[in-house]
Design a protein around this ligand. Structure first.
Ligand code: COA
Length: 179
């Protein structure tokens, strides 16, 4: 996929694109035990993550990667979910977005942390060509830390990506030799 050379506009703050989504868990979202399906939660995470990336880039975005997710708490039919997303760092055409999910016990109003994930979105134009995104300007100490950590995660993703690519080559060569 080729990238366009459009000039990104001024740097944007984290607050400008922070997003929130609320969902009530319905029977259709659950397994036979009435627990929210992991895949459904990943779908919600993808959506709220895309909202922040969309607001930051002001163009279409596609999901390039979703990092490891731990499902910390079960979520049940009838529970209320709150999902919050913010852009941690903008690179050239990609953005790392962090998503955190809580479930609210409607009786006690206690909020429990359910899951967290990091996603990478790539900005594209109407024709699917990659486009540059505006820089992200961290303001608070928290945002600054996330901005730094996002670069470390990007480096880790890149080395993992290269490792998997090399492993696929070895496996393809072994398949060919065996056939
Ligand atoms: C993501 C996609 C646009 C990348 O396109 P590409 O031509 O392979 O681009 P490149 O390898 O040159 O990488 C472009 C950018 O994406 C990032 N990227 C690509 N693959 C990535 C991955 N697996 N994880 C994290 N970032 C990734 C690169 O770091 C780069 O970022 P930068 O411009 O900020 O430096 C392309 O692979 C694609 O369209 N994938 C399908 C997306 C989709 O349909 N998602 C929905 C799920 S089905």
């Amino acid at each position: 996929m080729s990238s366009t050379e459009s000039i990104p506009t001024m740097a944007r703050s984290v607050a400008e694109s922070q997003s929130e989504m609320n969902e009530i868990v319905l029977p259709n979202d659950a397994n036979v035990l009435g627990n929210l399906l992991g895949g459904r939660l990943m779908h919600f995470i993808d959506l709220v993550g895309a909202m922040a990336a969309y607001r930051h880039s002001r163009t279409h975005v596609v999901t390039a990667a979703m990092d490891h997710i731990d499902f910390i708490q079960p979520v049940h039919v009838g529970d209320l979910l709150t999902l919050k997303s913010s852009v941690n760092r903008a690179f050239s055409t990609s953005m790392e977005v962090g998503v955190k999910v809580w479930v609210e016990n409607t009786q006690t109003q206690v909020m429990l942390h359910v899951a967290s994930a990091y996603l990478v979105f790539v900005a594209v134009d109407q024709n699917g060509r990659r486009v540059r995104v505006p820089e992200l300007k961290p303001v608070t100490a928290h945002e600054e830390r996330r901005w730094h950590d996002a670069l470390l995660r990007r480096e880790h993703r890149e080395s993992e990506h290269a490792r998997r690519k090399a492993a696929r080559k070895v496996s393809a060569a072994a398949d060919q030799a065996g056939s």
